[in-house]
Design a protein. Structure first.
Length: 312
């Protein structure tokens, strides 16, 4: 297999990677954007609600923004390959391997984002698919149901409040001794009659026939196992970074996020990282967008120095 070389390769075509490609194009730096989905946009299709925190721009939902961005990318002639998963890479050699090709970049930008953390426990047949991760725009489906909501952070509390407003009886369960959500959210949760909170308990199995009926939980302190009835399970346990292919090559935080400095540089010269995969953990469209452009400019500076040096 031959190797194709580019001044810059971007791994991941979410809003961060796209923004980086646009800025590189603007600066006439040849580049290649690789993404494993069939359409660029990363997490955008998952955003079912209005986007109101993108620097004054307003979009009715994520797919609308995705549509506009894809049109723009096409119109600008940005070079990308969709449906192309980077299987492995050698960051010191700056080479990346996909199912269909081998590429080398003089610089690499990692923009692989994050994914929701799944509830990985034993489930009776057919029940795993019934576990819900996104409740936006379907809150009314949970009216009158006993919902077990798993998670301890802000989004878990916000979802508990939303579902309770729509008539669900919510049990908010967290594996640690204290919820980590904002105090104002927690006090709202605690004063809502149809939300009950449980701490120090972890779900170990989901039980039911064709529908979810109960979960098995274990007490983190005593180890005692009990059953808890539930009609639905909603999981809001945060996200995990898509950084596995870089592990062992770059310093990562304990939970796998990539460490970068203020210029979005990783520990290896010429390798940059942006957006949800970085240890900033801002997890926002605006930050991924801004970091994408900033990383492109950092890469530009790096490439200029490298080429000047190579030219003597
Ligand atoms: C339901 C939901 C609602 C949200 N609402 C908002 C909101 O209202 N406002 C806001 O600011 N933020 C919101 N966010 C967060 C926002 O979507 C993210 O912060 C943002 O999309 C991160 O962009 P990114 O470019 O860093 O990564 P991503 O969007 O995650 O894109 C990364 C891309 O890289 C691809 N990839 C990963 N590994 C590889 C590989 N090995 N090879 C090739 N490609 C790979 C992924 O498949 C993906 O396409 C929301 C998120 C969700 C899930």
């Amino acid at each position: 297999m031959g190797i194709q070389s580019f001044p810059a390769i971007i791994i991941g075509g979410g809003i961060g990677g796209i923004s980086c490609a646009i800025e590189l194009q603007y600066n006439a730096i040849e580049h290649l954007l690789l993404d494993d989905q069939d359409r660029l946009g990363g997490q955008l299709p998952l955003i079912k609600t209005k986007i109101r925190n993108l620097g004054g721009l307003y979009f009715i939902d994520g797919p609308t923004l995705q549509g506009q961005i894809n049109e723009y990318v096409q119109a600008q002639g940005i070079r990308f390959k969709a449906n192309t998963r980077v299987r492995s890479c050698d960051l010191y050699e700056k080479t990346v391997e996909t199912d269909t090709g081998l590429y080398r970049g003089d610089s690499l930008v990692i923009a692989t984002g994050a994914r929701v953390r799944l509830l990985e426990v034993e489930c009776d047949p057919g029940l795993e698919e019934q576990i819900v991760y996104f409740t936006e725009k379907r809150e009314a489906d949970f009216a009158q149901q006993n919902v077990l909501l798993i998670g301890g952070g802000d989004y878990a509390s916000i979802t508990a409040l939303d579902l309770s407003k729509h008539g669900a009886n919510v049990t908010l369960l967290h594996r640690r001794d204290k919820f980590t959500a904002r105090p104002d959210l927690l006090s709202l949760v605690e004063s809502t009659p149809n939300i009950k909170t449980i701490t120090n308990k972890q779900v170990i199995a989901v039980r039911g026939d064709h529908n979810i009926r109960s979960v098995e939980i274990v007490d983190a302190i005593t180890g005692e196992k009990t059953d808890l009835a539930a009609d639905a399970i909603v999981v809001k346990m945060g996200c995990a970074p898509n950084s596995e292919i870089f592990s062992g090559q770059l310093p990562l935080t304990e939970d796998g996020y990539i460490e970068v400095n203020a210029n979005l540089e990783t520990a290896i010269p010429g390798i940059f990282a942006i957006g949800d995969v970085t240890a900033f953990r801002h997890l926002r469209l605006s930050t991924a967008l801004g970091q994408g452009a900033a990383a492109a400019l950092s890469a530009l500076r790096y490439l200029r120095q490298r080429y000047q040096h190579a030219g003597g």
